[in-house]
Design a protein around this ligand. Structure first.
Ligand SMILES: C[S@@+](CC[C@H](N)C(=O)[O-])C[C@H]1O[C@@H](n2cnc3c(N)ncnc32)[C@H](O)[C@@H]1O
Length: 252
């Protein structure tokens, strides 16, 4: 059976780079005699690279569908938090379309629009989203469009629900994260529902959490740490992974 191609949030390019650096350092060390100080220095230098490569590989495994499947479990959690019977849903930073497709599969009356900048930095594409949607039988219910989360090409109140997973922290062009999130809330209709998952507790990216929440243009907001919704393996609870992850949900 052909499966959809949902890449993980760990870019394979990154694993290859760290693996290659570790290997090169170890190879050079291997060419030197054990008595040489450079052998030991290079050995020491390789340790952080080997450590990062190992962490990246284990994290990749936990997120992937062939491994722990946590990326899918997280999308299922977010999709299950959407309470109402919506018609028009927007997924901001849709990646390979996994969440958009899941929401469409949950309700045949829903149309889901997925937007993404699909920059070269990532291993996702619009074609991949469309291929996955076709494969999962929801191509008529989904639309994928290249756009930036910082300036959405939709008029105010266009959607009755908006979702986003781990995208806002990636939009480095906008420092004011409240205004970035409010751009997504702008296209949500009054009383429309939103569910966002991101590293909202990371103050270096989002600033003070309470200040962030107070600046959002929503009438009702609830914050739930991801850990309260889904038990995560310890590697995904680390500060380099989902330690700061919080779901904020509510109504405009
Ligand atoms: C960690 S991935 C998450 C992808 C997807 N939400 C998921 O859960 O699989 C971050 C996504 O943010 C997208 N992204 C980064 N900057 C963006 C921007 N300015 N506008 C829209 N999407 C952006 C990336 O292309 C990538 O797909």
């Amino acid at each position: 059976m052909v499966k959809p191609k949902y890449n993980t949030w760990i870019r394979r390019k990154r694993i290859i780079i760290f693996f290659a650096i570790s290997l090169i350092i170890l190879l050079i060390a291997g060419l030197l005699a054990m008595k040489s100080i450079y052998f030991w220095l290079l050995g020491l230098l390789s340790l952080p690279f080997i450590y990062i490569t190992t962490v990246l590989i284990i994290t990749y495994y936990q997120f992937s569908s062939g491994g722990g499947g946590y990326q899918d479990k997280i999308h299922t959690t977010v999709a299950s938090l959407l309470q109402h019977d919506h018609r028009q849903v927007l997924d901001v930073g849709t990646g390979s379309g996994a969440l958009a497709i899941k929401i469409a599969q949950n309700n045949s009356h829903i149309t889901v629009t997925g937007i993404d900048s699909w920059s070269k930095n990532w291993e996702y594409s619009k074609q991949q989203c469309e291929y996955n949607a076709e494969l999962m039988g929801v191509s008529k219910q989904t639309k994928f469009q290249k756009a930036s989360a910082s300036k959405l090409p939709f008029t105010n109140n266009s959607f009755d629900a908006v979702v986003s997973v781990l995208t806002f922290h990636e939009v480095t062009s906008v420092q004011d994260k409240a205004s970035l999130i409010n751009e997504t809330l702008r296209v949500l209709s009054p009383h429309g529902e939103f569910v966002f998952l991101d590293l909202f507790r990371d103050e270096s990216i989002f600033g003070d959490f309470s200040t962030l929440i107070s600046k959002l243009n929503a009438s009702e907001i609830q914050a739930v740490p991801l850990e309260d919704c889904l038990k995560l393996p310890s590697i995904l609870k680390s500060k380099h992974s989902l330690y700061y992850a919080v779901i904020i949900k509510g109504f405009k």
